[in-house]
Design a binder for this molecule. Structure first.
Ligand code: ZN
Length: 613
């Protein structure tokens, strides 16, 4: 069964579970009182995590939940199935073992009502403790992972919630670990290794580092920021100083978009592990957890992903589409606005880097060009459709295109708003307007509200011409018309040339595959994301590889050649079939003689300003 089918099945099961109560109520009306004992009310919830040398040896965490039950009777407790931000069903209950429920010295009977809900049969009013072991062996930022002296864990993995009473209950979480070990988390500390939050949403939103790791802190814009990194010594010396320097300029550039920093402190949690190909991070309301290959240390890519996740503190953790307010943890929450959540965030990560001086405008344009190339190499897909489809992880190559394509949509809208308003408004104001209208009210924004804000700030209707074609439609983006409004030329070339069908990132001179186009020559040869490209025939992968490859193999479509990659420290020889493809290539370059207005807009985008009086 696909996850969605599992979820639908479970929703039906739960609905069926509720029905009999309704029927009992109707029966009550019809036939008079029938004795029905009140279900126990659960209060005073306290969670405990145990991670020490003993549990580390088993790569597990000890988890317990203690609560007061108001009466005897069944209490249903569920584990979340996913972590907000990681839009996939992971079913954390799979990693639970040895569950026990006790009241005083007596073991309580329990059974399951579905695959992630346990029903504990409480025997009398009073305290109940439910405990289990959770496997911490998955190097994934939505999961739990451990080493001999370290673990990270997400609250969604291990914290049970009572069914039927909502998620707005206060709770505490305490951590028991070795005396010399430390804990780092965005949770609100209310005692030694003890944390309290007002509701379940906040409690599960802050992952924890437990064990030995490096940690230091600094004030940025008056807010305490902390970097915690594992293993100790991995992010050290000049590389750590560089990341702090980058944060000190990127974070204020992002805060300026919204006009406030809504968190009292912020924790950047970083894990570096050579078994992890590439880099991936997951946002939380005042922290994020990033997992990277050590190759990322000291690169602008690490700064870029870090900026992306911090921007999510505003856009996603607070400013959020209405479909996702409030979060629910037992089923997918698809929204057509994922492109705003991820794509617009990615646009602002690029802007944070250039506005903060981490990269220059030429590299900003290169990064943007890379996104155009990625979209060009991907089957046409509407951003709204790609947004909805993320939950089923499409296999046609469009699965994560909402990042790059959504980011480009952000740039286009920014240019069009600035052009229409004579640079008196920008996409920054769209974000700020929606943030102020919805976040204090505790609600999400709708697609209609998004476009209303765009139109209001542009001073005219941009949405009705743009949205149906480029956001809910599959037309190629109008670069030739829009880019010049910001002093950027768009040059289109039609070429037939051999293609590999991979996306790569250069890390310290090494070419690492980040994605493989399904059905493309590299995919057919067996190239996988995370592979390091070494050479094709005698042609080495270096900065000049692309032009040399196309020149060498342009006339050799159909021939085969060895493709050498490095995977898990071993060189592997694959067989590549050369294939030429016709494509239209669009190239952006800064116009050396832009109009005065276009020059103003270009400067304002790159510096985060407008010409409003
Ligand atoms: Zn993101």
């Amino acid at each position: 069964m696909r996850p969605t089918e599992v979820e639908e099945y479970r929703q039906r099961a739960r609905t069926n579970g509720v029905r009999p109560l309704t029927l009992v109520s109707l029966a009550l009306l019809a036939t008079g009182p029938v004795h029905q004992p009140p279900a126990p009310v659960v209060t005073g919830i306290e969670y405990q995590l145990v991670f020490n040398r003993t549990t580390a040896a088993a790569r597990s965490l000890g988890v317990s939940m203690r609560f007061q039950a108001s009466a005897a009777g069944p209490v249903e407790l569920s584990l979340p199935a996913w972590t907000p931000g990681a839009y996939e069903i992971s079913n954390y209950a799979r990693r639970v073992s040895s569950l026990t429920a006790v009241q005083g010295a007596a073991a309580l009977r329990w059974d399951k009502t579905d695959f992630d809900t346990w029903r504990v049969h409480v025997s009398a009013p009073g305290p109940v403790t439910v405990a289990f072991i959770f496997s911490a062996d998955t190097l994934d930022n939505a999961m739990a992972w451990s080493r001999a002296d370290f673990a990270f864990v997400n609250g969604t993995n291990v914290l049970l919630y009572p069914e039927g009473a909502g998620l707005d209950f206060p709770a505490t979480l305490s951590v028991e670990t070795e005396a010399g070990w430390d804990v780092a988390t965005g949770l609100t500390s209310t005692g030694p290794r003890r944390y309290t939050e007002a509701n379940f949403h906040d409690l599960v939103d802050m992952p924890l580092f437990i064990g030995r790791f490096d940690v230091d802190s600094a004030l940025i814009g008056g807010v305490m920021n902390r970097i915690a990194s594992y293993p100790a010594g991995a992010l050290a010396g000049a590389a750590r100083v560089l990341l702090w320097k980058q944060l000190s300029t990127m974070v204020p550039a992002m805060a300026k978009v919204f006009g406030e920093t809504p968190w009292p402190n912020y924790t950047t949690l970083l894990v570096f592990d050579s078994a992890f190909g590439g880099g991936s991070a997951l946002e939380h309301q005042n922290s994020h957890l990033g997992i990277y290959s050590p190759d990322f240390i000291g690169t602008p890519v690490l700064a870029s992903i870090t900026a992306h996740e911090i921007f999510h503190g505003w856009n996603v953790k607070r400013l959020r589409p209405s479909e996702m307010v409030p979060y629910r943890y037992d089923r997918p929450q698809p929204s057509p606005l994922l492109w705003v959540r991820e794509g617009i965030t990615d646009y602002y990560a690029d802007l944070a880097l250039v506005r903060g001086g981490v990269i220059d405008s030429a590299l900003f344009l290169n990064v943007t060009q890379g996104k155009i190339d990625e979209v060009t190499a991907t089957p046409p897909v509407a951003l709204e459709d790609a947004s909805l489809s993320t939950w089923i992880q499409p296999t046609d190559g469009t699965g994560t295109i909402y990042y790059a394509k959504g980011s480009l949509a952000g740039l286009l809208l920014d240019i069009m708003i600035r052009d229409a308003s004579d640079n008196r408004a920008s996409l920054d104001e769209v974000m700020r307007t929606l943030y102020r209208a919805t976040v204090p009210a505790g609600r999400g924004f709708t697609t209609d509200e998004w476009w209303a804000a765009v139109n209001a700030l542009a001073g005219r209707d941009l949405a009705s011409a743009f949205a149906p074609r480029y956001i809910d439609g599959r037309e190629s983006f109008p670069w030739a018309r829009v880019a010049p409004l910001a002093g950027i030329r768009y040059i289109a070339d039609s070429v037939s040339e051999p293609r590999l069908g991979v996306g790569t990132t250069t890390v310290e001179g090494r070419e690492i595959v980040t994605n493989v186009t399904p059905g493309g020559p590299a995919a057919l040869a067996g190239v996988l994301p995370g592979d390091e490209l070494i050479r094709i025939g005698d042609l080495k992968f270096d900065p000049n590889f692309g032009p040399a490859f196309r020149a060498r193999y342009r006339a050799r479509s159909g021939s085969t050649v060895p493709l050498i990659v490095r995977r898990a420290d071993a060189e592997i020889s694959l067989t590549l079939v050369i294939r030429a493809e016709l494509r239209v290539d669009g190239r952006l370059e800064f116009d050396r003689r832009p109009s005065l207005k276009a020059a103003r807009i270009r400067h304002a985008i790159l510096s985060g300003t407008t010409d409003r009086q």
